[in-house]
Design a protein around this ligand. Sequence first.
Ligand SMILES: [Mg+2]
Length: 344
Amino acid sequence: MSPDPAAVLARAEAAYLGLALGDALGATVEFMTPREIAHHHGVHREIGGGGWLRLAPGQVTDDTGMALALGQAILAHDGRIEALACARAFDAWMRARPVDIGNTVRRNLIRFRNTGEPEAPASDHDAGNGAAMRVLPVALATFGRPEAEVRAACRAQAHVTHHNAMSDAACEFLALSVQDFLRGDSLQQVFRQRIRPLVAAHPAYAFRDRPRRENPSGWVVETMQAVLQAVVDVGGFEHCLVDVVNRGGDADTTGAIAGMLAGALYGREALPARWLKALDPAVREACMAQARGLIAQPSLPAREAASQACRAPAREAASQACRAPAREAETQTGTSADLVPGKS
Ligand SMILES: [Mg+2]
């Protein structure tokens, strides 16, 4: 049974807003230890800016910025994810002097400027979380496409700056898990379908029966361990994000990645109103507009005909219907208690 398009769109918006909310929430405590966070904030649970980047309240960082740059490039190319277009978009983003930028991203974008070659050479040094944090637009634009195509699209965007097997595994896992949640799959299903196979293929990602991952670094493995512990073991959107950012370390990125997953899982109604109000309005609108645009790309073979109809000038009403903002998604619940026990 194909999923209800309005529900899919609402979850897609929640995933994009979740990414930005997690980024904005976590940025305040990026590079702090849990002890420092507790000293200064008690439990950090409000979007208020500050942090080492001295952000305005509601401001986001490179995680959301690069995702929006990628999403714009995908929309400008009718839903295609091409390495050169991604590289040009990231390069333009860097030229606009973003508030922060990862070392691996900077190094490989300078390499692109010098060589014109969009794909970085494979490197053990590229196992940072910078490709995973921005992968959401690929998940939305390839929703409904065959898994091999989704994986190839993830790598095309990732290899511009991060050409590394562990980064690839995280990017592909995130895109496919988001797509499962968009279809309405439960956390328990995604645990079986995606999380367990990820850890089986890459045991470094094991996160259960392990100490709580605190101070996660920018290494994609530590980032994902913190995210997976929070998403799997802490139920609810807000609790999940509060848990992950209070671990400190690369908190804006753990917040962003947990936010995209938890947004897709729990839906629009689970996003705290006070956080949405605090988020930079331009970012909030851009996330929602891109979610609508990307999910409307003619990517589903079964939707091709409908999509063509949506694009025909004579079918303006249908087009409006295709692009109309969705109703609120039903909030989906899922906690660790529902999960199949066992090591991941
Ligand atoms: Mg950041």
